[in-house]
Design a protein around this ligand. Structure first.
Ligand SMILES: Nc1ncnc2c1ncn2[C@@H]1O[C@H](COP(=O)(O)OP(=O)(O)OP(=O)(O)O)[C@@H](O)[C@H]1O
Ligand SMILES: [Mg+2]
Length: 377
């Protein structure tokens, strides 16, 4: 596959459509089948695309509209994002776009009914059109209903896009007459699928790339803390982009701060206090935390430490301090730290461990607690 030239557009343009839409083959086949039939048999279909916020609804509908339809059918395409627009704005945009598609002069109007009549006439006279209305919600559902009904009359088609919340609200009520023939639910991605999506976006946008470790870390956090939403991963990349493009090395501190809002709830904690409760009289747990964070402080570009390395580091520390240890103790301590959400296991491999807090903070807490314990003994 030929990649487009690297451009930050892939991070900053909310309507950006990548060359390839990853892991949506089944859904694309479904929607392609539905619209092919309607095109060939000359009738209109109305379809709803829905999923949790940030899962990739906009990109799915725009990919179908801009990459697939032009290659398959001789049809007009009109995309309108209804988000935070009033009815007049939405209808004006529909009207504007259908006139542009069909190369017809537009008469200026500021009245909703007049605009709708203009739109209706031009849409009816146009060849087959597929309309996408993105971000349908309670405030604009009427426009979608009108559009869907009109489409049936004039044998055009619509794709309504809405998030799961609005989908339930608008379609599951008894009185609803949300007009649609099919629905295409979009599921969240698995960890490895999300990784590939993020990796691809890095390759499309970052002049010097990012290490696999950074991509994996971002993916790990989004899977663990934000329902595997690609949108959150792209937000994290956006925060890294200005630094990376200036040539700054992206170390784990930078990645942690760029992702801190994903994990914000955990960062308000008083770490000293938590470490204190966790490790009350638990010398080994403090030692494990100390060894782990010391390693991460030393190797700034590493976001993970593997269990084997950690074991070795703890053994060295034990020898230095003349402490007897059992291998099981290390694992038990790790389980305590994981249970208390101080240390996390990577979703890729349980063998990889990471922290959310700057390692310095944890290191200081662990070290001073351990000294305190030694003094008391
Ligand atoms: N399958 C995929 N392949 C490549 N990129 C994807 C894929 N799914 C999502 N993305 C990317 O994830 C980001 C979020 O997607 P998008 O904006 O479509 O989400 P959304 O569901 O419309 O979110 P919102 O709820 O904010 O409307 C975009 O940058 C999009 O390009
Ligand atoms: Mg969207």
């Amino acid at each position: 596959m030929v990649r487009p030239q690297k451009s930050p557009k892939g991070l900053f343009d909310p309507y950006y459509v990548p060359e390839q839409l990853l892991h949506r083959d089944r859904e694309l086949d479904t929607i392609d089948g539905i619209y092919s039939d309607s095109y060939e048999e000359d009738y209109g279909v109305n379809c709803l695309v829905h999923g949790i916020t940030g899962v990739g609804m906009t990109v799915f509908s725009r990919y179908f509209l801009t990459k697939l339809i032009p290659n398959r059918f001789d049809a007009h395409t009109v995309y309108v994002d209804a988000k935070r627009k009033d009815l007049l704005e939405i209808v004006a945009e529909l009207n504007d776009k259908i006139h542009r598609e069909t190369n017809r002069p537009i008469t200026v109007a500021f009245d909703l009914d007049v605009l709708w009549m203009q739109f209706k006439r031009t849409a009816a006279e146009a060849k087959k059109t597929i309309f996408v209305l993105d971000n349908i919600d309670e405030t604009n559902e009427d426009v979608y209903l009108k559009l869907a009904r009109l489409s049936k009359e004039i044998r055009a088609s619509t794709i309504g896009v809405l998030n799961s919340h609005d989908y339930r609200l608008l379609t599951k009520q008894p009185a609803t007459d949300m007009a649609y023939d099919f629905e295409v639910p979009l599921d969240t991605y698995t960890q490895s699928q999300l990784y590939e999506i993020v990796r691809m976006r890095v390759e499309d946008t970052f002049p010097l790339g990012l290490t696999d470790e950074v991509v994996r870390y971002v993916t790990d956090l989004v899977c663990e803390f934000d329902a595997s939403k690609p949108k959150t991963s792209i937000e994290a990349l956006k925060a890294l982009w200005p630094l990376a493009s200036r040539g700054q090395e992206i170390d784990s501190d930078i990645v942690r701060s760029a992702t801190s809002n994903i994990t914000a709830f955990g960062l308000d904690q008083d770490y000293m206090e938590i470490v204190e409760t966790v490790a009350m009289n638990d010398f080994m747990t403090l030692l494990v935390l100390e060894a782990m964070t010391q390693h991460l402080m030393l190797y700034k570009t590493e976001t993970y430490i593997d269990r084997k390395t950690l074991n070795e580091l703890v053994l060295i520390k034990c020898e230095e301090l003349g402490i007897k240890y059992a291998r099981d103790d290390i694992e038990k301590s790790l389980q305590t730290l994981i249970f208390q959400s101080i240390v996390f296991e990577s979703g890729y491999s349980r063998n990889l461990l990471y922290v959310l807090t700057p390692p310095e903070v944890l290191y200081d807490a662990a070290l001073s607690m351990r000294r305190e314990l030694s003094r008391r003994k």
